[in-house]
Ligand binder design. Structure first.
Ligand SMILES: [Zn+2]
Length: 524
């Protein structure tokens, strides 16, 4: 940790009141920026900002200003008024700069509002968290609150923006690890209970530790979208004898352990074989700037995918009463790895990624169903990931590198189920919509690799074909696809519940492409 030197204050000057310093987070690490209270405003030494952002500072007596520059970009601070000028625009500040001895102090909002217009790096001042975030670093805001009542506790984490995370159990605590450079955590104080004793940021600052009390028995974590662009992670913690998330506390003394009789918490099982379909994650492909394929009339793949996903969610919820989550519920960018992470963190039993296909040859048409090909990921992966193996896919755990390697294996253990699901989907689609000559295929799609449940990717048709483009936007055709996927999920559920004994006829995947280009995992 580098401590920036505070500018020296001359003796005899009123000593500015010290305030909690800011932590400056950047790709090069953490630094401390001292903050003083001068005339009621939080101020930082201008020389420290100059060091931090490689600024030149010059006093211009003629104009009564401080000229702060990085390369050709210039910021002028009035020394007499709380004003700054940048690029011909005047900004009002909370206070005018103050000279103390030879050093200038400037209000914090110079760093938060004025410098971002001069400096090339992104600058984000988070005053409440005492953070100055510089450049391309991932520092999600995490608001934590804990609610407890008899036999249960709930820790709710509102994470913005959406950031990959994993919840794991360690002795005496649950650890929520984030794929981030640091956390901007705001932890609401809560009473200590015999389930959850507190929440704190754990070293090296990218995870939260939920300290568990003696009655802890089990937990369940689930993610839900939080607008705009965030995630709400809810961790339900149950006492011994109390089912997780039940609405009534368990009756009486029978379930209350004697004081000091804290047993070892049972291990948390993440990978029970799927025997039911309770939660489904639908993944509308692409989104935001990433539009996916475009049809000749301008239809965007991302819009077709979202439309079908929303309808399928409504149908599944209404008819089956199961929980259906979308990896995106609007037009936003979601990284590929995060899509599978959403399914894993919500313990989804099925993952269906929805896309529309593209070909340079406009004549190509028909729907296609994909499941993962391990070719690109190697035979070792398949072997290590066999059921009974010790592979436990997690993300962003304490050892990120290992976490990511294991994560890549997640789908391998579900390939048989995924092949069955693909076969069912293919048959249901074939009954309703035109299919491609290669209706079932295996491909190394990135979005499927990390999914720790049966997973398929459906290319609903070729948006690059003018006729199929028209169909893909028509409510009737979308309705046929929704119906086919709904029937597929019902049938797959029957297959799982029947102990996988009623194997539907499986059409073998097509041989590697000879007529058209093999699919590339690029954006899927
Ligand atoms: Zn796509």
């Amino acid at each position: 940790m580098v401590l920036l030197g505070a500018a020296g204050l001359l003796e005899g000057q009123p000593a500015p009141g010290a305030r909690p310093p800011l932590t400056v987070l950047s790709k090069s690490g953490r630094q401390v920026l001292p903050v003083s209270l001068v005339n009621g405003a939080e101020m930082v030494p201008l020389s420290d900002l100059a060091t931090l952002f490689r600024l030149t500072v010059r006093e211009d007596a003629a104009s009564g200003g401080l000229i702060v520059a990085q390369g050709p970009r210039t910021l002028v601070l009035s020394t007499t008024q709380p004003l700054a000028s940048v690029g011909g625009k005047v900004l009002s500040l909370s206070a005018a700069p103050v000279k103390s001895g030879a050093a200038w102090f400037v209000p914090l909002d110079v760093a938060g509002r004025a410098l971002p217009q001069v400096v090339e790096s992104r600058i984000d001042l988070r005053r409440a968290a005492r953070l100055l975030v510089v450049g391309d670093v991932t520092v999600p805001r995490v608001r934590v609150r804990t609610e407890s009542d008899a036999g249960r506790a709930r820790v709710v984490l509102d994470i913005t923006p959406r950031t990959e995370h994993a919840v794991t159990q360690a002795p005496g605590r649950l650890v929520v690890a984030f794929k981030a450079d640091a956390l901007d955590a705001e932890i609401a104080p809560a009473d200590r209970s015999d389930l959850v004793q507190g929440v704190r940021v754990a070293e090296p600052g990218t995870s939260l530790a939920i300290e568990l009390g003696p009655r802890f028995a089990s937990f369940r974590a689930s993610d839900a979208p939080l607008e705009p662009g965030g995630t709400r992670l809810t961790i339900e913690v149950a006492a011994q004898g109390a089912p997780v998330a039940q609405t009534q506390p368990p009756p009486g003394p029978a379930t209350t352990p004697a004081p000091g009789a804290a047993a070892e918490p049972p291990p948390v099982v993440f990978d029970q074989p799927t025997t039911a379909v309770r939660t489904i994650v639908l993944d509308p492909g692409h989104g935001g700037d990433e539009t996916g394929a475009t049809g000749p009339a301008g239809t965007l793949e991302k819009d077709v995918a979202l439309s079908v996903a929303r309808q399928l969610k409504a149908v599944l919820e209404a008819r089956l009463g199961i929980r259906v989550l979308l990896t995106r519920d609007g037009d936003q960018t979601v990284p590929l790895d995060e899509r599978a992470a959403i399914a894993n963190n919500n313990k989804a039993d099925l993952f269906v990624s929805l896309h529309a296909n593209a070909s340079v040859r406009g004549a190509v048409t028909g729907a296609e169903v994909f499941y993962l090909s391990l070719d690109e990921y190697g035979q070792d992966v398949a072997r290590q990931a066999e059921p009974g193996g010790e592979v436990l896919p997690t993300l962003g755990g304490s050892d990120r590198e290992i976490g990511l390697i294991l994560w890549e294996m997640a789908q391998a253990r579900h390939l048989e189920d995924s092949a069955t699901l693909a076969a069912i989907v293919e048959r249901q689609l074939r009954a309703r919509v035109p299919m491609s000559a290669r209706a079932i295929q295996q491909a190394p799609f990135r979005v499927l690799v990390g999914a720790n449940m049966p997973a398929v990717l459906v290319e609903m048709g070729f948006i690059t074909n003018p006729n199929e483009e028209k169909k893909l936007v028509s409510p009737q055709h979308q309705g046929e696809i929704v119906q086919a996927l709904y029937e597929s999920i019902v049938q797959f559920r029957t297959y799982l519940e029947g102990g996988r004994s009623t194997v539907p006829p499986i059409r073998p995947p097509a041989a590697p492409a000879t007529r058209s280009a093999a699919p590339t995992p690029g954006n899927r």
